[in-house]
Write a protein that binds this ligand. Structure first.
Ligand code: ADP
Ligand code: MG
Length: 325
C-alpha cells in the first residue's frame, strides 16, 4: 500500500467511534483488531456493500454516503435484536478527494458515537467507488431474533413509515422538486437503524427482518423460513403524509409494499403478548403499526372492505431487476 494511503487511514479512520461494550483490545493500526468478547454472549455478524451508480447516484456527497452505508449495515443488527459493538470498513476509492473523505469520515464518526460503536479496522484500495461495512454485535446466547420463529396467530408489525425511501429515490432519478422532496430524500439518504426499537421488542418478538427489498419480499422471507402465511390489511400500512401528498393513495401503497431500502423492521409477536409490547413501547419515539397476522396456510392474502385476495411477494432483486440510480 502506498504511503499516502497509510496517511489517509491515519487521518480519517484511526479514531472513529468509541467502544461502549469494552471489548476492543486493539483497533486500527495493526494487522488485525483484537476483540475480547464479553462473557456469555453470542457474536452476531453481517456485511453490507454499496456501489456508486447502483446504490447511490454518482457524485453523492461523502456525508450522505456515510449515512446510507452505516444505516443499511447496522439495520441488520437491529433485525437480529443485537446490541451493536464494532465494525470494519472496506473502501475502494477512485481518487483521493480530501473534501469527500473528510465529509464521509466526520459523518461516520458522528453516527458511530451516536450508536456507541467503534471502527476497528478495514481495507483501502483504488478503483470504482465501492464501500463495505461489516458490523458486529452481541446478543444473549440463543436470543438473536431469527426469521424462522413466526407462528400462526402472531400479529405482524412494522416500524416507522414505508415507501419513503423509494419516493426519495424517484425524486432523485426524475429530478423532481417540491415541498415533500427534502423529507423523502432525507429518508433515502439517512436510513435510521432501528436498534432501540429492536431491543425493546426483543423479549416479545418471535421473528424479525429489516425491510431492504420491500415489505412483501422481506415479510415473505419470514413466512418461508417459518413455514406459515400472512393476512395483511393494506389499509393499515403506515404511510407518511409527505409520500401520500406527493403521489396519492394507490402509488404510495404500492411503494410501501414493494419499494426497497426503508430499513424499517417487520416483526411478529404472539397476540397474547400484544399488551406487553404496547407497554414496552409506551414512551418510544418510533411508531410501531400492526398490519396483519400470521396464518397457518403459506402465501400472502390481502384483506380489505370484506374482500380477501392473494398477492405475489414482489420486491427489488439485484439480478432480475437491474435498475441503476
Ligand atoms: P494489511 O496490509 O496488513 O492488511 P493495511 O495496510 O491494509 O493492512 O491496513 C493497515 C491498518 O489500517 C490495519 O489495521 C487496517 O485494519 C486499517 N485500515 C485499512 N483501511 C481501513 C479503513 N478504510 N478503515 C479503517 N481501518 C482501515
Ligand atoms: Mg498485515
Amino acid at each position: 500500500m502506498a504511503t499516502d494511503e497509510f496517511e489517509l487511514i491515519r487521518r480519517y479512520f484511526s479514531d472513529v467511534g468509541s467502544d461502549q461494550s469494552g471489548s476492543v483490545r486493539r483497533t486500527v493500526g495493526d494487522d488485525c483488531a483484537v476483540i475480547s468478547p464479553p462473557d456469555n454472549r453470542d457474536l452476531v455478524v453481517s456485511i453490507d456493500t454499496m456501489v456508486e451508480g447502483v446504490h447511490f447516484p454518482a457524485d453523492t456527497s461523502g456525508d450522505r454516503v456515510a449515512s446510507r452505508l452505516f444505516g443499511a449495515a447496522f439495520s441488520d443488527l437491529a433485525a437480529m435484536g443485537a446490541t451493536p459493538a464494532f465494525f470494519t470498513l472496506a473502501l475502494t476509492l477512485p481518487d483521493n478527494d480530501p473534501a469527500w473523505l473528510q465529509a464521509f469520515s466526520v459523518r461516520l464518526a458522528e453516527l458511530s458515537r451516536q450508536y456507541g460503536v467503534q471502527l476497528v479496522g478495514g481495507d483501502t484500495t483504488r478503483g470504482p467507488l465501492t464501500l463495505s461495512i461489516q458490523v458486529h454485535g452481541w446478543t444473549y446466547p440463543d436470543k438473536a431474533l431469527l426469521r424462522s420463529g413466526a407462528c400462526s396467530g402472531d400479529r405482524i408489525f412494522v416500524t416507522g413509515t414505508l415507501g419513503d425511501s423509494k419516493g426519495g429515490l424517484e425524486t432523485l432519478l426524475k429530478n423532481i422538486h417540491g415541498p415533500q422532496v427534502p423529507y423523502l430524500q432525507h429518508r433515502f439518504y439517512t436510513p435510521e437503524p432501528r436498534i432501540d426499537t429492536a431491543l425493546l421488542i426483543a423479549d416479545y418478538a418471535t421473528a424479525a427482518i429489516d425491510i431492504s427489498d420491500g415489505l412483501l419480499a422481506d415479510l415473505n422471507h419470514i413466512l418461508v423460513a417459518s413455514n406459515v402465511g400472512a393476512m395483511i390489511s393494506p389499509g393499515e400500512l403506515p404511510i407518511s403524509a409527505e409520500l401520500h401528498q406527493w403521489v396519492g393513495e394507490a402509488q404510495s401503497r404500492e411503494w410501501a409494499l414493494t419499494g426497497g431500502e426503508d430499513f424499517e423492521l417487520c416483526f411478529t409477536v404472539p397476540a397474547k403478548l400484544e399488551p406487553k409490547l404496547g407497554w414496552a413501547l409506551r414512551n418510544h419515539s418510533v411508531g410501531v403499526t400492526c398490519i396483519g397476522q400470521i396464518s397457518a396456510k403459506p402465501g400472502i392474502l390481502f384483506s380489505e372492505g370484506g374482500r380477501v385476495w392473494p398477492v405475489e411477494p414482489q420486491g427489488y432483486n439485484h439480478f432480475t431487476n437491474k435498475h441503476r440510480v
